[in-house]
Design a protein around this ligand. Structure first.
Ligand code: NAD
Length: 506
C-alpha cells in the first residue's frame, strides 16, 4: 500500500474511460478502438480509453454548436455565468484531493508537490474568470463629433481545447474558465495519457450548473480524436497547449478555415546566474526550475548559464543537491521526483546522455533508471555540461529531470547564448545588480521573464512564447481578446448629411 493511502482510496472508482462526456454524462462508444493508459509508478495497465472516432467527435461538436445557437449560455446574463464559474471554483476546491489523485495515477507527478497544487490553481482560474465577468465593461469612443462608437464582445462559437499530460487540470481550467466566461461552447480533449482528472472536472462544471450541451469532452489519441476535433468545420477557435509537432499540424488545419488559434508550445529556457546573485537562492531556484514537476514543465530552466567565476562551485553544489533529490512513489509525501510519464518518454530523456557525450560534453551526474523501484519509470536526475549552445542538448526540449550547464564570461555573452534558440517561452535571471537584471530581462526574447524568482504565474498577465514556443497569449485580458469577437457599433446621436449617389437626374 502506498504510504499515503490515497491511491487505494480512489482506485476503485475507475475501470474504463468512456469516449466522450456529453452533458456531464459518459456516452456509449461508437468505435471499439481502445487505448491503454499505463500506471507510470509500476508499468501496469491502469485502464483503457475507448477512443472517440470521427463520428463521436462530430456528435460532440454538433451538441456544442446547437447549445451555442440556442443561447442558453452564449446569451446568458453575465451574472449567471459568473455564478456558475464561482460554484465551479468551490467544487474544484472541495474535490481537490480526488482530482489530484486521478492525475497523479496517470502522470506520475507527485501528489504533494505537483497535482494538488495544480488542482488549487485550477480553482483559482475559475475564481479569476468569474471575477473578470463581474468587472467587465465595454469600450466607448467619442472621437468623431456627435457619434458614439462602442466596442462590445461576442462569444466566438465552439472552442476546441487541447491540453497536455503535464498540466491536465491547470491547463483545462485556464482554458475552460476563459472560454466559458466569454459565452462560448467548448469541446475539450485531454491528453490520452491523463484524462481522469479532466473528466471529473467536466462533471463538476455540470454540477455547478452549466447548461446542457455547452461543454463536451472527447477522449482518444491526438492523431485520431484530436485531429477530428481540430479539423472540424464547426470549430471556430482552437486553444492548444502541447508540443511543437502537434501544434504545427493543428495550426495548418486551423488556417484552412481561418479558425482563431493560440499555441502554447515547448521551450528551452535559459536560467542565467551571475556571480553577484544571492548564491543560495539562485541554487534553490535553479534546482526547482529544472526538477520540479518531474522535470516536465514547458518553462523549465533547462539551460543553466552560469558565470565563469562561480561556475565550478555552482555546478558541483547543484549536482550534490540533485543527487539528494528523493525519488519514489508519487503518493508518498516525502517524494520529490516521481516516475516519468511513460517508458518511451523515460528512454528518450535518458538518450540525451549519449548525445552529450557524442558532442564532447560531460555528464556530471549520471541519471539512470532506478533499479530498486521495480517496473515503474523512475529515473534519477542528470546533470550535464555542454561545450556549445548549438549542441542538441541545448536546442531540443527534453522535458525530464535533465539539466545542462553552459558557462559565460560577460553579460552580453549570456544574453547572446540565451537568445540563440528557436524557442522563446521563459527566461530566468539571478543577479543582485538591479540595473543588470533589468537590462538582461529586457534583452531576453521570451514571453515570460523571472528575476531572482522561481516560477510565479500572475493571472492578469499574458503567458506564451516567442518563436517556436507558440502563437498569441492567454491570461488576463489577453484571454478575453482571444475567446471573444470584438464588435464595433457606430451610432450618431445627431443627424448629419448622408452622402448621396444616384440622385443626379432629380
Ligand atoms: P502533445 O503535443 O503530444 O499533446 C498535447 C495534446 O494534443 C494532447 O491532448 C494530444 O492528444 C493532442 N494531439 C497530439 N497530436 C495531435 C494531432 N496530430 N492532432 C490533434 N491533437 C493532437 O504534448 P504533450 O506530450 O502532452 O505535452 C508536452 C508538451 O506540451 C511539451 O512540449 C511542453 O513544453 C508543452 N507544454 C506547453 C505549455 C505552455 O504553456 N507553453 C504548458 C505545458 C506543456
Amino acid at each position: 500500500m502506498a504510504p499515503s493511502g490515497l491511491y487505494e482510496k480512489y482506485r476503485p472508482r475507475i475501470s474504463e474511460v468512456a469516449p466522450a462526456i456529453i452533458n456531464g454524462k459518459r456516452e456509449a462508444a461508437l468505435s471499439d478502438e481502445r487505448v491503454s493508459v499505463i500506471n507510470p509508478a509500476d508499468g501496469t495497465q491502469l485502464l483503457e480509453i475507448v477512443e472517440a472516432d470521427e463520428a463521436q467527435v462530430n456528435h460532440a461538436v454538433g451538441r456544442a454548436r446547437d447549445a451555442f445557437l440556442r443561447g442558453s449560455w452564449s446569451r446568458a446574463p453575465l451574472l449567471e455565468r459568473q455564478a456558475v464559474l464561482s460554484r465551479a471554483a468551490n467544487l474544484v476546491r472541495e474535490n481537490a484531493e480526488e482530482l489530484a489523485v486521478l492525475d497523479t495515477m496517470t502522470t506520475g507527478l507527485t501528489f504533494a508537490g505537483a497535482t494538488h497544487g495544480q488542482a488549487q490553481a485550477a480553482a483559482g482560474w475559475f475564481d479569476y474568470f468569474a471575477g473578470f465577468l463581474l468587472n467587465m465593461g465595454d469600450d466607448l469612443y467619442r472621437q468623431i463629433p456627435h457619434v458614439q462608437t462602442t466596442v462590445t464582445r461576442n462569444p466566438v462559437g465552439v472552442a476546441a481545447l487541447f491540453t497536455p499530460w503535464n498540466i491536465p487540470l491547470m491547463g483545462a481550467a485556464l482554458k475552460l474558465g476563459a472560454a466559458l466566461s466569454m459565452g462560448n461552447s467548448a469541446v475539450i480533449k485531454p491528453s490520452e495519457q491523463s484524462p481522469l482528472g479532466t473528466i471529473r472536472l467536466v462533471e463538476l462544471l455540470h454540477e455547478a450548473g452549466l447548461p446542457e450541451g455547452v461543454l463536451q469532452l472527447v477522449n482518444g489519441r491526438g492523431a485520431v480524436t484530436g485531429a477530428a476535433l481540430a479539423g472540424h468545420a464547426d470549430v471556430d477557435l482552437i486553444s492548444f497547449t502541447g508540443g511543437e509537432g502537434a501544434g504545427r499540424i493543428i495550426s495548418r488545419m486551423a488556417a484552412e478555415r481561418f479558425a482563431k488559434i493560440t499555441m502554447e508550445l515547448g521551450g528551452k529556457s535559459a536560467n542565467i546566474i551571475f556571480d553577484d546573485a544571492d548564491y543560495d537562492r539562485a541554487l534553490d531556484g535553479a534546482i526547482m526550475a529544472i526538477y520540479a514537476n518531474n522535470g516536465a514543465a514547458c518553462l523549465a530552466g533547462s539551460r543553466i548559464l552560469v558565470q565563469n567565476s562561480i561556475a565550478d562551485k555552482f555546478i558541483a553544489d547543484f549536482a550534490d543537491r540533485a543527487k539528494a533529490i528523493a525519488i519514489g512513489d508519487p503518493f508518498d509525501p516525502a517524494t520529490e521526483l516521481g516516475p516519468q510519464s511513460s517508458k518511451a518518454h523515460m528512454d528518450r530523456v535518458l538518450s540525451f546522455k549519449d548525445k552529450v557525450r557524442d558532442e564532447g560534453g560531460e555528464i556530471i551526474l549520471d541519471g539512470a533508471r532506478v533499479p530498486t523501484l521495480g517496473e515503474g519509470f523512475y529515473i534519477s536526475p542528470t546533470v550535464s555540461v555542454a561545450i556549445s549552445n548549438r549542441n542538441a542538448v541545448c536546442q531540443e526540449e527534453i522535458f525530464g529531470p535533465f539539466a545542462t550547464f553552459l558557462t559565460f564570461e560577460t553579460e552580453e555573452e549570456a544574453v547572446q547564448i540565451a537568445n540563440d534558440t528557436r524557442f522563446g517561452l521563459a527566461g530566468y535571471v539571478w543577479s543582485d545588480n538591479l540595473q543588470r537584471a533589468m537590462r538582461v530581462a529586457d534583452a531576453l526574447r521570451t514571453g515570460y521573464v523571472l528575476v531572482n524568482s522561481p516560477m510565479v504565474r500572475e493571472r492578469n498577465a499574458p503567458f506564451g512564447g516567442y518563436g517556436h514556443s507558440g502563437i498569441d497569449r492567454e491570461g488576463g485580458r489577453w484571454s478575453l481578446d482571444f475567446y471573444s469577437e470584438a464588435k464595433t457599433t457606430v451610432i450618431p446621436f445627431r443627424d448629419f448629411a448622408v452622402p448621396t449617389m444616384g440622385k443626379s437626374k432629380e
